[in-house]
Design a protein. Sequence first.
Lengths: 342, 456
Amino acid sequence: MKLNKISNLLLAAGMTLIASAAQAQSRDTIQIAGSSTVLPFSSVVAEEFGNNFAQFRTPVVGSGGSSGGLRQFCQGVGANTIDVANSSRKIRPNEVEACKANGVKEIIEVKIGYDGIVFASRVDAAVFKLEPQHVFLAQAAQVPQNGKMVANPYTRWNQIDKALPDQEILLAIPGSNHGTREVYEEKVVVPGCKTLAEVKALAKDDAGKFCTAMRTDGRVVEIAGDYTETLARLQAQKDAVGVFGLSFYEANRDRIKVATVSGVEPNLDTIISGEYPVSRPLYIYVKGAHIGVIPGLQEYALFHVSEGMSGFGSVLESAGLIPLADDERAEITQAIRQKASL
Amino acid sequence: MTIIAENPIKTVVHPSLVQQKVVASLSRRHRKEKLFRRTGLLAVLISLALVAVLFINIFSKGMPAFWQSAITLDIYFDPKIIKIPEKPQQQADESENDFRQRYLAWQTEVGFVNFNRLITDSLQKILPDATKHRRDLARVVTSGERFALRDMVVADPAIIGQTRTLHLLTDANIDVWLKGNIDRSLPDEQQQLSPKMRQWVDQLAADGVIQNRFSLALFMNPDSRSSLASAGLAGAFMGSFYMMLVVILLAVPMGVAAAIYLEEFAPRNKITDLVEVNINNLAAVPSIVFGLLGASVLIGWFNLPMSAPIVGGLVLSLMTLPTVIIATRSTLKAIPPSIRQAALGLGASKMQAIFHHVLPLAIPGILTGAILGVAQALGETAPLLLIGMKSFVASIPASPFEQASALPVQIYLWQGNELRNFFEARTSAAIIVLLMMMISLNGLAIWLRKKYEKRW
């Protein structure tokens, strides 16, 4: 008897669960996924958004890297797909095509600010004054020597350049799922590679492949996780040099110190002025078809680029984001209002 | 040797050949046993030592995070700063929805008030040179506390014009500085706080204005990234709670029912053998596979929401199901057949025999299996990462369909937070909370077993 009652009760509860599952298909929470560089900024915006607008729910911010986020973004339109993809690089043409093939036709590109990429080593390690060429020579599979391409012979930094510390080469770079990796290659490795006379002589396609080919003897480690993983690598191996976002470095200045690149120290001023070469814009991509369906989506995008949220002296600036210029901000705000699609 | 000397066999006259053999091998066999016992003891000691190291490490890191520096301030709810219209009251002829809209609009308006000014004004009274360092002044109290002030006004606008003494959380970096989690001797450019701020904070701590207080925020707040000091476990806790609810409602009754059928009713043939083998296989499937299943089937086909405890609960139910089935079956097997035979002999049907006589005796065992299964599900992380629960969720879910995190995932997320000095301790504190829940669940299982256990 008693058992029957219990099982009836359980059955009823199960049925209600299933019944309410059918209801849950319309969603009122904005879903965001993507770059782990953008994640801290977007999370702050999401939280403030939820706290400032009583009528909207707090958006949910996931990670997964720029590529992962954009892939999820392009899966299609509907409540079970995400509304916003965070990306630390521009969307690629093939990704736009993939999106269109799945019915994601309106993609609103929103630039939210800039971020610097820094090379950092442990605080008790030697000081690095890097040039793009050094980084290329440290990570390349093959390097030119006496007019011939040979397997990378360098094992210590001072073999590359006498001015660099006498220290084992060990580079921790972001994995290919991260947008940071693309910027690292585009702004440091490739320019460094192209300074070499032997590379200039190569055909263009060959040069590209040659420049990004990585040595596989374990001196370059790809970190698939976030910057904490890179930091853990540095803590375990004193000689390691890691690639971080500027904001991560700022929060952990007591543990790591930055290297200068081409003689410029990375900070807010040198990145805004463009003196520091390794910086990149950060983007969020908004699904146009979801505006008006998911409550607060357009407002969220506008809030993200609002002066108070991401301008000078704002929360995001103190979190390490480099603000947009005023005219850029006006232009982007306009684009969101008009739902200007790519 | 002494064993042999004491052994009476040796003193007995004319031992036979067999006896001689036995006596000769005795010391070797005793030695072997001793060796085995010592190795066993050593293994136990080593594992205990490792557990001790783990616990000491986690507790020494995590315990300080349960107390957090808070500043005691007299906050004057200045009517010159808080200029808001009157709180809307529902009119007799107004619909529920209209009133809700009006109320939300009013709340939004209250949100536009600069509540930080209330805090900085109050700080200025105790910090003499405050006006020269406005940037630092705005950062003493963690930014999330302004919403606490707003919520006080929303709850009761009559507070405007009054003064309240409040304990507000300080910025995460102040907590780090006061706890000594950052090296105090580091030069300015490696410090997170400005020299002025450090001087203020030390002064306020010496005066007792900033004190280490038990951190309610850790238990009452959801996760936060804009105000790191107020990041808490409430959202993750509720997420885990809803998931466990789904597991208890789905996996336990289904598992028990399946086990009873298989054990008591199902015929023994090739099909039931196959089912049995597959249940055991299911128990051995790595949990991440269930996550993939959840992502593609539950979210992809059934359109269930992402990052929702309902999906996590369903996935974890699948994972727990074999555990419950196996535990229940072995409990049922252990009930002596005489109970069934006696019931059947008195004319009970098979169903009556099982439900009235066997099952009540099996309940403690079933409960133990179910609780251990739930405890295992509570700590599971991998499948949740694949169904979007790795997201940052800054709200406390009100139902299993709302986005949420889960306790083990929250540990993973905090482990990845960039402010290492603050979150290393916070992560360990979250681990302690999760461990305590596991230990109490396991304790409950042991208690139930001890209380209702019958020996045959």
